[in-house]
Design a protein around this ligand. Structure first.
Ligand code: 5RP
Length: 255
């Protein structure tokens, strides 16, 4: 039967820990310990500062779990490709796969709501992150507790990252406002680089703030944005299976 991510059980695991980096590490390590099965062949590796700890843990486990040496790791962008290479893990690119062919992907998120919908793309990698996610049987998110909200847009005020074909950025910005975005910004390349940020796919990123988004509206809003000519991909993800949350204070709990 075809893989249906919405049919899977969605869970949150909360791990208590003292500092932000330790919280990210706890989430990354626990997710790997609970989900990296020796029988896996193809494993997706997402982007950002939290998945660094997933890769660190995989590298640590190589001796104890020698099957890791015959797995292939599939990156969601330049940064995670480098992580895989630097850890000496076997690398494969996503162009070799179609839907459901990767066993699992571990990825970070910018915000996670009560139904485990996510905003991703803070690092501008949302297209390949979604591609790897759609090619994976399971999507495990790893975050610290600053990312948790009832509704997307509650804490992540930068807006939904939307990758656009460069020549369409003005048109899409106007379309997004018509769709209800209160603010749309063309992401810049940062202080040292003049002009817009350019993604791994040579596109631009618009950050569009739609206010707080009710969990049941996420999939529909994603579809409406995707229909705009010039949009390559959005940072709305409606299919995390499980979320590992490293907590910076408070008691340990499993939800
Ligand atoms: C990059 C992403 C990242 O996964 C997201 O920004 C979270 O990053 P971090 O773990 O550094 O907070 O989507 O495009």
């Amino acid at each position: 039967a075809a893989y249906n991510p919405l049919a899977t059980v969605r869970k949150k695991f909360v791990i208590s820990i003292a500092t932000m980096n330790a919280a990210k590490q706890a989430a990354g390590y626990k997710a790997i310990d609970n989900h990296l099965l020796p029988s896996f062949k193809y494993v997706g590796i997402g982007s950002g500062s939290t998945v660094v700890y997933c890769v660190e843990r995989i590298a640590q486990l190589r001796e104890k779990v020698p099957e890791i040496n015959s797995m292939y790791f599939v990156p969601t962008g330049y940064q995670s490709r480098q992580l895989i290479v630097d850890a000496g893990l076997p690398l494969m690119e996503i162009d070799q796969f179609s839907a459901g062919e990767l066993d699992i992907v571990f990825d970070g998120a910018d915000e996670v709501d009560s139904q485990l919908n996510c905003i991703k793309g803070g690092g501008g990698c949302q297209f390949q992150e979604k591609l790897v996610g759609k090619c994976s049987k399971k999507f495990i998110a790893v975050v610290d507790d600053s990312k948790i909200s009832q509704r997307l847009g509650e804490h992540w005020l930068q807006g939904i990252p939307i990758e656009v074909v460069p020549s369409a950025h003005k048109k899409v910005a106007v379309d997004l406002k018509r769709l209800g975005a209160s603010k749309v910004t063309l992401r810049s390349g940062g202080k040292s680089k003049a002009g817009p940020m350019v993604t791994d796919n040579a596109n631009f990123v618009l950050d569009a703030y739609f206010g707080e988004i009710a969990p049941e509206r996420v999939a529909e809003l994603d579809r409406s944005i995707k229909l705009l000519v010039g949009v390559v991909e959005t940072g709305l993800f409606d299919y995390a299976d499980e979320v590992y949350i490293g907590r910076t204070s408070g008691p340990t709990e499993i939800l």
